[in-house]
Design a protein around this ligand. Structure first.
Ligand SMILES: [Zn+2]
Ligand SMILES: [Zn+2]
Length: 383
């Protein structure tokens, strides 16, 4: 549920963002599929082959696409297999849906709408789903949303997902698509059949979150902040006026509010030494450090190391933890789950359950932002 955001230099140019009707999403981007089977769920599809006549795809007869010697082998029922460089399975009726399974029949089914493009690129099968923006946003909310069930929570996540999409619409343009389906961009495991999620998407249609200068915000979120979100410079290099430190009373009784990890003392000492700590001949070192409110760095005497680096190195749930030495162990008592920047999902779920509207939820976690039609957004250009 967390998301990686690279620190890229961005320049605001005075040009409105353009509304998008369709999104090209590279799917199974991190799975390197070698074969995929496509079956029709609803609607009508045809197989478009460059320089060939389109072939209708029948419901109940899966199309098998497999990577073979750097090209795509296509198998349709009742016809011989053939090889091709690229193809499109095109939905014809507007409400067309299909499901895919990768690498054999045991794989999970994922359901998609619209069309599918497939080609081989440097020995890898590339699958691109071309779907409506609404279906894409709903799929992201379903995949990233967790167990929240309130419409105002879904609306908050729809605003975040749409803001992310517009901010990063050109991220993969050089590769021939807009966005990928793993956490490099935002997770999308296919369309949602949840009608409440779709309602949330439609009720926030065209709405995005803008900073005071009308630029699209970095819509960072995480599972649980532990009672206090952190500024972005705790995690990334840059700071942003709308990503402030917020005290969050809503998430502190939620499932991911607390964690504890016991580490053998020798292991902790060895880790600190590898990070540059020199015990300076002290025979007993406490290593104790209390983090009641978020601190950027863990300090022992003159030595310091960012909590966020410890979190990444030791794969901890959060960087918001206290350290205490107890006998031959070091106990880390932590709060929250995730990087702590931006919206706290478990806090937002509680806010929605207590009657807050999505706009209130967004404005609680992001300071001085405006929720507005995307036509009022300044487009961003990567430097
Ligand atoms: Zn990506
Ligand atoms: Zn929180």
């Amino acid at each position: 549920m967390s998301r990686i955001i690279l620190n890229i230099m961005l320049i605001v140019i005075l040009m409105p963002a353009v509304a998008r009707a369709q999104v090209k999403v590279r799917i199974f981007a991190d799975r390197k599929p070698s074969a995929v089977s496509l079956s029709v769920d609803q609607g009508r599809f045809e197989l478009d082959i460059y320089d060939g006549s389109p072939v209708a795809i029948e419901a109940g007869s899966p199309v098998i696409l497999a990577l073979y010697e750097g090209r795509i082998a296509v198998k349709l029922r009742n016809s011989a297999s053939f090889m091709i460089d690229s193809l499109t399975v095109r939905g014809l009726e507007g409400n067309d849906r299909f499901f895919l399974r990768i690498n054999g029949n045991q794989g999970e089914r994922r359901h998609y709408s619209g069309s599918l493009k497939c080609y081989a690129d440097l020995g890898v099968m590339v699958l691109i789903n071309i779907c409506s923006e609404d279906d894409y946003i709903a799929g992201v909310v379903r995949t990233e949303g967790g167990p929240g069930k309130r419409i105002e929570y879904h609306k908050s996540l729809s605003l975040l997902a749409r803001t992310y999409l517009y901010r990063h619409f050109d991220r993969h343009l050089i590769d021939g698509y807009n966005i990928c389906d793993n956490i490099h961009c935002q997770a999308f495991n296919g369309i949602s059949s949840d009608s409440l999620i779709m309602r949330a998407v439609l009720e926030t249609r065209r709405q995005v979150i803008l900073a005071a200068d009308s630029s699209l915000i970095i819509s960072a979120f995480h599972s649980n902040c532990g009672g206090e979100t952190c500024t972005s410079d705790f995690v990334w290099l840059s700071s942003y006026a709308y990503l402030k430190n917020v005290n969050d009373p809503y998430c502190i009784k939620s499932p991911n509010a607390h964690w504890k990890k016991t580490i053998p003392l020798a292991e902790w000492e060895s880790y600190l030494r590898r990070s540059g700590f020199n015990p300076e001949g002290k025979t007993v070192q406490s290593y104790n450090f209390v983090q009641d409110t978020r601190q950027k760095e863990y300090r022992i005497g003159s030595f310091s190391i960012p909590f966020n680096r410890i979190r990444n190195d030791l794969n901890l749930k959060s960087s918001f933890f206290s350290v205490s030495r107890e006998g031959n162990s070091v106990i880390l008592r932590g709060r929250g789950y995730g990087h702590g920047v931006g919206l706290c999902q478990e806090g937002a779920m509680v806010m929605a359950a207590r009657g807050f509207k999505s706009d209130d939820i967004i404005k609680f976690y992001y300071s001085d932002v405006i929720i507005s039609d995307v036509k009022n957004a300044k487009a961003l250009k990567n430097e």
